[in-house]
Design a protein around this ligand. Structure first.
Ligand code: ADP
Length: 550
């Protein structure tokens, strides 16, 4: 801007200077012509007096610096510069005609005879001759030329001074603009001419600040969401280098030293993963499952494209689907088990019923066959009941059906119910201690009944079942102990699995479904507690701890 102001001003100065000089020269030239004309007129008047007194002889003594011509009837009778006879007829000369008409004549033109631009002043003499004095008009021009050297110096000086002044001026004009502090624009403009600029900058500053704040807000919100997501997120550039990632990504892959700029290929080197990354960077979406540190992840990758469809990189989102996959596996296993467990008694029932239907059974065996059908039907009913209990526990809302439950009372009711069963094997049942819990009575009943039922089922003849109840301010402890067959150490971790049985045929014989302890475990989880088992060949003790929070 400074140089633009400087250039414009200097050009203006030069134009003004040229115009001034041209006008000055013009005025000077005309002024010098006027002076010359006045001088010639004075001289003409002087010579006129002399010639009128003495005739042409006047020129013998008088010294006239200029060219003098005397014209009679158009013919030159005297000329001190050129031989008169060589001169043509002068009657048509402008100054001659004017002098004849008015007494005085003036003309300016190029003289053919002397070959110069000339000024002519003519006067009418008393005898009717025309006296004409002419001078070289170049005299004025040469005067000007002489002056031009000085003028050139003056011009140079003026230009030099102008350069300095304009330079300083340009800097001075631009200084307030250069001095504007865009971070501190909320001040009054130093010059009123700058006020509109200041107002505009203030408005713009305000808008920019608002937009930046809005942008920061959005960025923070986005960051907060991304950082708090359970899913790992990584943004890659076109080379597969990490542009950004979230905490979850670090946790999922157990990466402590992951850095922006690292190559994604360094993080996980499986062939399938690397080729999926290549595909996504080439522009196609990818979805794959990978296993890392014993966990199963679903990795969804999508290309990031610009408006012109050019690839900018890719987003990689990682979901930990280990639990989901496990649940799916369990669900599939459970369905397969249920089908199998249902099919076995049904096949037996169908077989016995067919024998009876076809009259193939000996009448004396009918009772036994019907008894077998009844037993299998009972097993089926128990199995269906257990499946219903389990699925209802799976879907139960924990806020439902809670009340103060007297566990002592509940246990003795179950003892009452199991008495005939226990008596068959001469098993004694005792309760020790008292405890109350705020929970679901039906679920707790199911839980205790299954444990006591197992203790009798897998107990020894003449054995015992002992339920111990304890309670403090924080928790309730329940222990169900027996002196039965015990659980082998390698089976301890599996007995809570659905349909797991240590001895399948024994369990079946005893009317077990393999779902009892699964129901117990769910009942404990429903009450936010935990269950452990201690077992030896001399018996087993199931220990449950339930928190007492309301
Ligand atoms: P089941 O219907 O077969 O009893 P459960 O889920 O109740 O199914 O128990 C799973 C398995 O754990 C049983 O088959 C049995 O082998 C073992 N078990 C459970 N309770 C006891 C116990 N008190 N003593 C010994 N073994 C037990």
């Amino acid at each position: 801007m400074t140089s633009k102001i400087f250039k414009s001003t200097i050009i203006s100065v030069i134009v003004a200077l040229i115009l001034t000089i041209a006008l000055f020269f013009n005025v000077l030239y005309h002024e010098s012509l006027n002076t010359l004309e006045a001088t010639l007129k004075e001289e003409v008047a002087l010579v006129k007096t002399g010639v009128e007194h003495e005739g042409i002889a006047y020129f013998d003594e008088a010294t006239v610096n200029q060219r003098v011509t005397i014209i009679r009837d158009g013919k030159v009778i005297y000329d001190n510069a050129t031989k008169s006879e060589k001169l043509e007829d002068h009657s048509d000369r402008e100054e001659v005609k004017e002098a004849l008409a008015t007494g005085w004549g003036y003309a300016q033109r190029y003289s053919e005879s002397i070959g110069k631009q000339s000024i002519y002043v003519a006067t009418l003499l008393e005898n009717g001759d025309i006296l004409r004095i002419s001078a070289n008009a170049d005299t004025a021009m040469s005067l000007l030329l002489k002056m031009s050297v000085h003028i050139m110096w003056i011009v140079l000086l003026v230009l030099l001074v102008s350069f300095v002044i304009v330079n300083r001026l340009a800097k001075k004009i631009v200084k307030p603009i250069n001095d504007i502090d865009l971070d501190d624009i909320d001040v009054i403009a130093p010059y009123k001419e700058l006020s509109p600029l200041y107002s505009k900058l203030q408005r713009q500053n305000y808008t920019i600040e608002k937009q930046i704040n809005e942008l920061h807000k959005r960025q923070d919100e986005f960051k907060l969401i991304v950082q708090n997501m359970n899913e790992g997120i990584v943004l890659l550039n076109t080379d597969g280098n990490i542009v950004t990632y979230n905490e979850a990504m670090k946790k999922l892959f157990g990466l402590d030293d992951i850095k922006i700029g690292d190559s994604i290929y360094e993080i996980y080197r499986s062939q399938a993963f690397m080729s999926a990354i290549k595909e996504v960077l080439a522009g196609s979406k990818q979805d794959l499952h990978i296993t890392y540190n014993d966990r199963i992840y679903e990795v969804i990758m999508g290309p990031v494209k610009r408006e012109d469809s050019q690839n900018e990189g890719a987003t990689v989102i990682v979901f930990d689907i280990t639990e989901k996959q496990m649940q799916e596996m369990m669900r599939q296993e459970f369905s397969a088990n249920v089908s199998h467990e249902l099919k076995t008694p049904l096949t037996t029932i169908s077989g016995f019923a067919e024998i009876m239907k076809n009259g193939l059974a000996d009448p004396k065996d009918t009772k036994e066959l019907a008894g077998n059908i009844y037993d299998e039907a009972q097993r089926l009913i128990k199995l269906v009941e257990d499946i219903i209990h389990l699925s209802s526990l799976d879907s139960k809302d924990k806020q439902d059906e809670k009340e103060d439950v007297d566990l002592h009372k509940l246990t003795s009711d179950i003892f009452e119910y199991q008495k005939a069963n226990a008596d068959k094997h001469n098993i004694s049942m005792t309760i020790e201690g008292e405890a109350h819990i705020f929970g679901s009575k039906s679920i707790l009943e199911e839980m205790l009944n299954n444990l006591i039922d197992n203790a009798i089922k897998y107990g020894n003849e003449d054995g015992f079942v002992k339920v111990t109840l304890k309670e403090d301010d924080d928790e309730v402890k329940i222990a169900v102990a027996d002196n039965g067959i015990g659980i082998p150490a390698n089976a301890k971790d599996r007995i809570f699995e659905r349909f797991y049985r240590v001895d399948k045929s024994r369990s079946k014989e005893l009317g077990g479904t393999g779902l009892g302890l699964s129901i117990v475990k769910h009942a404990v989880i429903y009450h936010d507690g935990h269950i452990t088992v201690e077992s030896s060949p001399n018996g087993s003790t199931f220990k449950i701890v339930l928190p007492k929070k309301a």
